[in-house]
Write a protein of this length. Structure first.
Length: 118
């Protein structure tokens, strides 16, 4: 799938749409999900134009991969201390991906079921 530069997270990266940012560095931006599914629900997105996790791992440079996942770890610690958390990345429509810019959900702050809800 070609990258759509009009997707909502591309617009957030360009500052065209506001977000409640909690962290930013040269590799990643993290912000509160607009429809939180848990008390802590933060999205972490890479600065580069990647449609999905698979696209990111296929095309991103090593420093982009390292920098992005280091940011995920920092944000998880920043937002939830040493408590437990869940990472989700929906890869493709069947997996539930609705925004075609790679993102990781960080969810925490309540007991969660094991894997899929339904
Ligand atoms: P996906 O379904 O692709 O895994 O996750 C997309 C997430 O983006 C959803 O949890 C949805 O609530 C969130 N989202 C969609 N539009 C916006 C927006 O404009 N701002 C923010 N902060 N989150 C959004």
């Amino acid at each position: 799938m070609a990258y759509d530069s009009d997707n909502i997270f591309a617009k957030i990266l360009r500052g065209e749409i506001p977000c409640k940012a909690v962290y930013e560095d040269s590799y990643a931006l993290a912000f509160h999900d607009i429809a939180p599914a848990a008390p802590v629900h933060v999205l972490v997105i890479p600065k580069g134009a990647f449609t999905s996790f698979a696209d990111f791992m296929a095309r991103a440079a090593a420093d982009e991969v390292q920098g992005f996942f280091a940011a995920v770890a920092k944000v998880a610690a920043q937002e939830n201390g040493t408590a437990d958390f869940r990472l989700i990345s929906n890869n493709g429509a069947e997996a539930g991906q609705t925004v075609p810019h790679f993102h990781v959900h960080i969810l925490a702050g309540k007991p969660m079921g094991h894997l899929l809800a339904d």
